[in-house]
Structures are given as C-alpha cells and as structure tokens.
Design a protein around this ligand. Structure first.
Ligand code: MSP
Length: 642
C-alpha cells in the first residue's frame, strides 16, 4: 500500500502521578500540542501521545501520605490531569496510563525478551537511590554523600537482589549512533552532555526492585517489579500497541513512520538519550525518534517545587487571564536550550504588550475600520501601494520562517517571527492612515486596498496562530467570516482571499490589564486573601426598598412539571405567601417544613412554570451547586429583618 501522507508522532513525558501538574510541566504538554497542531495543519498524519507515570516508590509513598491505596489515588489524579489538559486545549490523541493492562503486558514482554537474550541478568545492587527522581547513582556520580546529585534530596542506601540491563554492551553502538545522526538530540549542548556522560563509562543499570510492589511484576519472577523508568519509557511504544495483538499503529507511526519526536525537559535527558535508545537497540527496534530537550520554567526563588511553596498551577492562571494567555507566555518565553522565568509582573507586561496591544488592537481596529469604511465588505485588490507590496512580501517571508522554526522545535523563534508580521501590519495602518484617506471620495479604491491588505494579513496570522493560540485563532477566523478554504495551510499565501463580509462591528480579543491591580490581586491571593468581586454599588435608600421578613414554612410540595422547583407555603406573621424556589436538588420536601427562613416579600409576584411566586427566599450556594436556605432559629416569625 502506498503512503501519501507523511506521519508525525509526538510525545510528552508521562507525568508522575504523585501530584498535580504545574505550569512548568504544562509547558512540555503545550509545546507538544503546538507541534501536533502544526503538523495536522500542514497535512501530516499526526498522533499525539501524553499520559501518566503511575508506578514506583514515589507514587506509592504519595498515596500513603494521602491515606489512600495507590490505584484509587492515581485514578483520581488521572481524571484531574485529563481535565487540566482539556482546559488548556491540549489535543492529544492518546492518554496512556502505566496502569493500563495493555501497557503492563507490553512491559512484561519487553522485560522477558531482554531477559531471554541475556541483555538483562540477575545480580545484586548496592548503592544510592533517589526516590524523588526514581534514579540510581554510581559512586562517581554522587558528589556529596547521601545527597542526590540531580535534585539535592536525600538518597537511600539500597541493597537488593536485582536485574540489570547491560548498558555497557551497547555504549559504543550508541555513541556511534549519536555521531552518525547529528540531529538526534537537540539542542547541541544537550547532545554534548550525553556524549561526555557516555564517554565517562556507563554502568549497567538496575532494572527491578523488590522492596515494594506498586509496579509491573516481572513475569518470570514476580517478587520483582520492573524499575519505573523501564516501565515508563516503554510507554512510547506500548501506546502504539507494541506487545499486543493489534500493533498496526506501531508499524505505521514507528517502524514505517516518518517522524517521531519526544519532547522532554533537561532533567530527564539521560533516561531518554541513553537508556531508551539502548532498550530499543536491544529490542531490535529502530531508534527512529528525535529528542528535543527544553529548559525549565523557573521562579525567582529557583525551580518550582512543593517544598518552597512557589508552585503556579495552570488553571489559576487561565481562570483569570484565559488559556491562550498562558500558552502564549510559556511558548514565547522559553527558548530552546535555556531556562525562563515566570512572574506575574512579566506575565502581565507580555499580556498587555503582545496580546492586548499588538494582536488585539490590530484585529479590533481593522474590524472597526472595515465596518466604518466598507460596511464590512472586503474584496480582493491589487497591491499598488509600496506599503502593500512590503506587507505582502513580509507576510510570505514570515510564513516560511515560522514553518522552518516550528518544524525544528524552535517555537519561541516562530512566535517572534509571527509577531514581526503583527507589528508590521500595525505599522501599515499608521503608514496608510485610512482615516485620512476616508476624508476624500477619490481615495475610495485606496481604502479598499488598505482594508483588504489588513484583513489578508490577519488571515495569514490567524492560520499561523492556530497551532499556538487555538481559541484566539478560531475567534479571529470566525469574526472575519473565513471559509474552509481560506484557512487551509496550502492557501496561506498572501492574496488567496477573494472576498469576505466581516461578521461583527467590534471585537476585543484581550482586555488590557491594570498591572498594579493585578499584582495586588496576586499578592493577596498568595496570602490567602481573595479579592471580593462585588456587584454595582447601591445606596442605603436602595437597600431600604427591600422588605425582608421572617416566615415559617408550613407546607412544601414538588412542582409537577419541573424537577428543580419546590412550591412552598410560608406563614409570615399570619399571612400565607406562596414561594416557588429551585431548591429541589438540595432538600427533601418534608425537611423544609417548620424551618424559619428569610423572605423578600415586596418582589413583584411572577409565575414560574405556571406557579405563582409571591416573593423570594434567601439561600447561599457554593461552586459545586450545593445550596442552603438561610434560617433564623431563635426569633419567632413575627420578627422583622432590618
Ligand atoms: N515520569 C517522568 C517522565 C517519564 S517519561 C517516560 C517525569 N515526570 S515529571 O512529572 O516529573 O516531569 C515531566 C516533565 O515535566 C519533564 O519533561 C520535566 O522536565 C518537566 N518539568 C517539570 N518541571 C518543570 C519546570 N519547572 N519547567 C519546565 N519543565 C518542567 O519526569
């Protein structure tokens, strides 16, 4: 069967199920998502894998600390993390969990195969182990006795009967592979790190543990569980069906596949650049993948960690500023090969400058000018003005640059390049001054040209934006009323759009933020003080208009035609009022009878589903939809509320 589409398989590391994800590890997922979206856009058959690393001592301990058994503990986390990725517009095709039975079978097969061919053998291990990194260290690697050279936490002394993977046997072959494939590990500095690590001499790796059992049992010797990194690394192929009956995806995306990309942070370089390719060589599977290694998102106190309490969670950012604002910041700030810093101060600055001012303003002023000068109707024109020619030229160059950068995982560069087009388009407005042109009838054709060029540039921008800021891109394309063909990558070249009618009169993509106010909000939040959002201010006179009374519920029934409604008869100092309230999910009818509640009695009577309601009861509710009516316990129902 002949293949006509190129395949692209991209993966994130699978995240430890010891806790939730923060914006640091969200970066890896957002970057992988960007790669996946771009490859889908350009027509590659794309598969995007992410998931969770659920086994090992670290997770067993985290579950224990939470007073839970490991499986329900990781089940809950899996739901939580899937929900976070969903919220961040992550478009993964597969979410693997190392507790999935197909994965477990795959790992067991891998282990047995390596055992059978004697690449794995049984012996004794005695040395240092870091539970936080799930990592073994040789004497030469330990810099300070009892301290992990990677994360600085305490190591434990291990003495166990264990299986070893023969890394030494493959070390020269791996070195040769790295040298023969110069783009295997990127950036270059990371590649050099790996080479020097191998050149210092590899020790064989302990690949099983006997001191706990939350892991994949070794099939032929179940008192051992497979070392968590062997278990975890295998996910990249077990997710494709390697080791199960249906391995068609493994053949398609790996064996016969065109491009396989693993995106990882620098802390897990060694596992991916040494252990994983050696496992593949031993299994006689082509190495196939390229490894893109990124740096860390740091806080001013250093790396984000639970112990310093400086973790920033993605949904805390997105709930206030939107998903695309977070995606933008992380993708824009982290260069390939270096670290970046996160602070709300910088975040707000970038948000205001790049999103609200540059991009947001461009779209909003263009939409309003298209409406004002052309009634929203835009038709293709020639590029007569020198400014139009320049804009067109730059747009076509930016498309090439962007394409080239993103294909090589230089996402920051692709964004920088895209923003040059956004700035240039803003400059084009200043250069052509449409508001001046509009003053004279003779400029009618020029106005048409300017607006067409603005819209066309924004169309190109929106196509490129679709991999990085998917929802903003969709919003723009919707407002510009672009058709399917207008947003295809093959039609991205400047001048493709033949006509459109803008859908709205005005649009605000990113509302400008008041920096001081936001920083104060974030400081208060950190100190646990939530800034209250209050409704519009009222005066005491306004308040005095409200007539609240205490009433005793004397009868309560369900409404016949509405599940949520209850019909209450309330005795207010001898007057019986009927109140309809949507609290049926929270109370049984008999539970309410006898309660003394607060009722607003001078609210204009109205009907709900045919039932007359002569007031409103007061109740409190929380985010989860729990609701409680406000009660008065000591006073009688002739008391007055004031
Ligand atoms: N479970 C292993 C990976 C196994 S893959 C076969 C693991 N998990 S992790 O949850 O600790 O980290 C997952 C990813 O998040 C890694 O790529 C790591 O580099 C990345 N990051 C964790 N903290 C980070 C920052 N502060 N900044 C950027 N990336 C960070 O390792």
């Amino acid at each position: 069967m002949s293949k006509n589409k190129k395949t692209f398989y991209v993966t994130t590391p699978i995240y430890y199920a010891s806790g939730t994800v923060h914006i640091g590890n969200s970066y890896t997922t957002i970057a992988a998502d960007t790669m996946a979206r771009f490859n889908r856009l350009i027509g590659n058959e794309t598969l995007f894998l992410t998931g969770m690393d659920e086994h090992g001592q670290k997770i067993e301990e985290a579950a224990k600390k939470a007073g839970r058994k490991p499986k329900p503990f990781v089940d809950d986390l899996a739901l939580e993390i899937k929900n976070i990725w969903n919220n961040l517009d992550i478009s993964n095709d597969i979410f693997i969990r190392t507790s999935d039975s197909e994965h477990i079978q795959g790992v067991q097969k891998i282990f047995e195969k390596l055992l059978e061919q004697k690449d794995i053998y049984l012996d004794k291990y005695s040395g240092d182990y870091c539970v936080a990194c799930e990592s073994f260290f040789t004497k030469t690697q330990i810099i300070e006795e009892g301290i992990c050279p990677d994360c600085g936490k305490k190591t434990i002394k291990l003495e166990e009967e264990t299986y070893f993977l023969n890394l030494k046997k493959y070390s020269n072959k791996l070195l040769k592979y790295i040298n023969d494939n110069p783009d295997f590990i990127q950036p270059e500095t990371r590649k050099n790190e790996v080479i020097s690590f191998i050149e210092q001499g590899l020790e064989n790796l302990s690949v099983s543990r006997t001191s706990f059992n939350w892991g994949v049992p070794v099939l032929s010797n179940p008192k051992h569980v497979v070392y968590v990194w062997i278990d975890a690394l295998s996910n990249y192929i077990t997710a494709l069906g390697y080791g199960s009956i249906n391995n068609s995806q493994f053949n398609k995306y790996w064996v016969q596949g065109d491009e396989v990309v693993h995106i990882v942070g620098k802390d897990i370089l060694r596992f991916h650049a040494i252990y994983w390719p050696i496992m593949l060589m031993a299994l006689n599977i082509p190495i196939k993948f390229k490894l893109y290694v990124h740096g860390w998102v740091l806080m001013k106190e250093g790396k984000m960690s639970k112990s310093t309490g400086n973790l920033v969670y993605p949904l805390d950012v997105t709930k206030r500023y939107g998903v695309d604002a977070l995606r933008y910041y992380l993708l824009r700030e982290l260069p390939l090969g270096n670290d970046c810093y996160f602070s709300y101060e910088r975040f707000i600055e970038k948000y205001n400058a790049d999103l609200a001012n540059d991009l947001g303003n461009l779209v909003s002023r263009t939409v309003s000018m298209a409406n004002k000068y052309l009634n929203g109707e835009v038709l293709k024109t020639e590029s007569n003005l020198i400014y139009s020619k320049d804009l067109k030229k730059l747009a076509n160059e930016v498309v090439k640059d962007y394409d080239n950068s993103i294909k090589n995982f230089r996402i920051q560069d692709s964004l920088i390049s895209l923003w040059t087009l956004i700035s240039k388009t803003n400059k084009y407005v200043d250069e052509t001054e449409p508001w001046k042109l509009a003053k004279e009838e003779k400029n009618k054709e020029l106005i048409k040209e300017v607006i067409y060029h603005l819209i066309e540039s924004i169309r190109v921008i929106s196509i490129l934006l679709s991999s990085i800021l998917p929802s903003t891109s969709l919003k723009i394309q919707d407002v510009l009323n672009l058709k399917n063909d207008d947003i295809k990558y093959q039609n991205i070249y400047f001048g493709f759009l033949s006509s459109t009618i803008i859908k709205v009169k005005a649009i605000v993509l990113f509302k400008r933020l008041d920096k001081d106010e936001e920083l104060e909000y974030q400081t208060n939040k950190k100190q646990g003080i939530e800034t209250m959002k209050v409704k519009e201010e009222i005066t005491i006179d306004d308040f005095n208009k409200l007539d609240f009374r205490i009433g005793k519920i004397i009868k309560c029934e369900k409404a016949e035609n509405a599940d949520k409604l209850l019909i209450l008869q309330v005795d207010i100092n001898g007057n019986i009022k009927q109140i309809v309230s949507s609290i049926a999910d929270n109370y049984e009818t008999e539970e309410l009878v006898g309660k003394k509640i607060v009722v607003l009695v001078n609210l204009k009577a109205t009907k709900f589903r045919g039932y007359l309601s002569e007031g409103m009861l007061l109740a409190a509710s929380n985010k989860d939809g729990q609701l409680e009516v406000l009660e008065v316990n000591k006073l009688d129902n002739d008391a007055v509320v004031d």
